[in-house]
Design a protein around this ligand. Structure first.
Ligand code: ATP
Ligand code: MN
Ligand code: MN
Length: 306
């Protein structure tokens, strides 16, 4: 395709300990970001990103023909062994090939070398896979929803969570919307946590029906925000903090403070070409994340969910 220079001229470029083939291949025509830029991005962001990947089953989204080309979600390693990517015990998900997890920055780079642009993680960690350690609320604005309404919508989600005694951490999605993560203690099973997250979203949609819907689908969403609770099921994933997005412009998902939300221009406020200045702030907006985890027992009771 037009975005791919002839490959014969490609010289492998060493980054850290790996060789990048076709380093000059353009991944995103709109920015000119190359495969080498992508690998270098993951090399620099690796130290910030690893805490978000550690121990979590992870799906990889590959775009061998650049971000405008076909997208492939990959939950399992194919035959190839990859340094820094571990296969999780098959017993975690007996019906399927082994899940994978990124174990080190080396694994991030190896994946990028195989045209992986996005990294998506589960809401549970390998050492307690049957007990999710977070809920994810994925704010998806429907057609015609101005950004200001997305900002207000996120604040309203936060208020409800606060009322329920639940902590809430915010990140840009790198795309159109925002993601709210709620760290929870690992006491309840997937059905309970997903069911509760659905009850929270239904409560929002019932009490603030002019802004929120609890049903997916473009026609339901028109002019409203779908707060997607479907990210909370077994095997469901959400893009990791600091992952680049396989979309034109290559946005990046970035943890932010609630107080910053006013100053954020969109879910793609930062992109792979602009995010560098943000590295200084790093994960500071999510300081205290793990310590903030609460049991959802009291919140479920308060909402009348059981
Ligand atoms: P945006 O802010 O633009 O909505 P997003 O990452 O939230 O960006 P969604 O379409 O809302 O995008 O999807 C949320 C998450 O659901 C994705 O990050 C991904 O992990 C998961 N997902 C969506 N579609 C698929 C799919 N076809 N296969 C696997 N996972 C998917
Ligand atoms: Mn979304
Ligand atoms: Mn969604």
């Amino acid at each position: 395709s037009a975005t791919m220079p002839p490959t014969q001229k490609a010289k492998p470029a060493p980054v850290a300990a790996i060789e990048v083939s076709h380093p000059e291949r353009v991944m995103d025509a709109s920015t000119g970001v190359t495969k080498l830029d992508l690998v270098r991005y993951y090399e620099r962001v690796g130290p910030l990103m690893m805490p978000h990947l550690k121990g979590r089953p992870t799906s990889l989204m590959r775009t061998p023909d650049g971000v405008a080309g076909e997208h492939f979600f990959q939950k399992h390693l194919q035959t190839r062994e990859m340094a820094g990517i571990v296969q999780l015990p098959q017993s975690l998900d007996p019906e399927h090939p082994p899940l994978l997890s990124i174990a080190s920055i080396q694994g991030l780079l190896q994946a990028a070398q195989f045209n992986v642009v996005e990294f998506h993680t589960w809401n549970a960690q390998r050492d307690k896979i049957l007990r999710p350690d977070r809920m994810t609320f994925d704010l998806d604005p429907g057609e015609g929803v101005p950004w200001s309404a997305v900002q207000e919508g996120a604040e309203l989600v936060r208020v409800l969570l606060q009322e329920l005694g639940l902590p809430a951490f915010l990140k840009t999605s790198g795309g159109k919307g925002l993601h709210v993560e709620v760290p929870i203690q690992r006491r309840h099973d997937w059905d309970t946590v997903k069911g509760f997250s659905k009850a929270i979203v239904q409560h929002l949609a019932e009490t603030i029906a002019q802004r929120f819907v609890a049903k997916s689908g473009p026609s339901n969403r028109k002019g409203k925000i779908f707060v997607d609770y479907l990210r909370n099921g077994w095997g469901a994933t959400t893009v990791s903090a600091w992952s680049a997005r396989a979309r034109p412009g290559m946005g990046v998902s970035v943890p932010i403070e609630w107080a910053e939300l006013d100053r954020i221009s969109s879910g793609a406020h930062w992109s792979i070409t602009s995010v560098e200045e943000r590295f200084r702030k790093g994960n500071a907006p999510w300081d205290g994340y793990s310590a903030a985890a609460v049991s959802i027992t009291a919140a479920m009771k308060q909402l009348g969910y059981s």
